[in-house]
Design a protein around this ligand. Structure first.
Ligand SMILES: Nc1ncnc2c1ncn2[C@@H]1O[C@H](COP(=O)(O)OP(=O)(O)O)[C@@H](O)[C@H]1O
Ligand SMILES: [Mg+2]
Length: 286
């Protein structure tokens, strides 16, 4: 799936109803996520079976494991993006501060606004200005804001994404003119513009050079505490650097993916309980 396709998927899913921006104070209150017995299918193909994982508020949880084991699918169940894919099915519960986001009282836009997403490939709108790219985050979730609120939000979001100092003098230039790493931080700013309490990131550095990667990792470090982060990464060193919690996913021989082991990142890397985890973190497969 291409990055631009993902954005249009989000746009297409929007309903006409709009919501009012939450108060600024919400930016500093991260929320816990608790996945309970999550299963996922594409048609008859089950790709996750009864996955449970607690993602503590204000911490960075890394999802690691070989390609194809269901990490991205799991991430998409955490803000209901999974259900946008044709033939996708879901079972289980995802509790946001104890409330099931799949409950009938939750609208798709509620989930999308409270639980933001950043993708693998930086996908700013290239011809749109840096300013409008950040504000576009509001439109994607149907949030309304006044001109003054927008000005404040653009500065706040770019600052939180660690990009403000680099772009403050060229907010009207196109987002596509930025470097790859800056574009990814612009996408983080766009996601932060609705003041989500959780931020999901799917291999956000895999298209970036090492310097830009470090810069994004610093940004993740700065966001921790303000927002709960769940990050998929295939880079073990990155998981060790940025996360406090880690979950190792595996899908063995055509069976649906699941979590082999989860816990404090230090423990997963230094004293894994399962031999498969030990082999994976030591780079012996995957
Ligand atoms: N849109 C889709 N349609 C059908 N199958 C999919 C789709 N996306 C992923 N899958 C399948 O689901 C499984 C898990 O994929 P994914 O969640 O992308 O794994 P990971 O992120 O760990 O590499 C794979 O078998 C993949 O082929
Ligand atoms: Mg993936």
């Amino acid at each position: 799936m291409t990055a631009s396709r993902e954005v249009s998927d989000v746009t297409d899913s929007l309903t006409a109803d709009t919501v009012v921006l939450p108060p600024v104070v919400a930016t500093t209150v991260p929320a816990s996520l608790d996945a309970r017995s999550v299963s996922a299918w594409f048609g008859s193909h089950q790709v996750l079976s009864r996955v449970s994982l607690t993602m503590p508020a204000g911490q960075v949880t890394a999802l690691i494991g070989p390609s194809g084991c269901g990490k991205s699918t799991f991430l998409r169940t955490l803000n209901r993006m999974h259900e946008l894919i044709p033939a996708a099915r879901f079972g289980g519960e995802v509790l946001f501060e104890g409330e099931d986001i799949y409950d009938a009282s939750w609208r798709l836009t509620d989930a999308r606004r409270r639980i933001g997403m950043v993708f693998q490939k930086p996908n700013p709108f290239p011809a749109m200005s840096i300013y409008d790219n950040v504000v576009a985050g509001l439109r994607l979730t149907g949030t309304r804001a006044s001109r003054r609120e927008k000005d404040e939000l653009v500065e706040e979001s770019l600052s939180r994404a660690g990009l403000w100092k680099e772009v403050r003098d060229r907010l009207r230039q196109p987002g596509g003119a930025l470097s790859g790493g800056q574009q990814q931080r612009l996408c983080i700013a766009r996601a932060l513009a609705v003041r989500p309490r959780v931020l999901l990131m799917d291999e956000p550095c895999s298209a970036l050079d090492p310097t830009s990667t470090r810069r994004v990792e610093e940004t993740i470090g700065e966001l921790a505490g303000q927002v709960t982060v769940v990050i998929v990464t295939h880079n073990m060193q990155q998981a060790a650097r940025v996360s406090q919690q880690c979950a190792f996913f595996l899908a063995e021989q055509g069976t649906p993916g699941g979590i082999v082991e989860a816990g404090a990142t230090n423990d997963i890397f230094n004293t894994p309980q399962d031999g498969r985890t030990a082999d994976y973190v030591a780079g012996r497969f995957g």
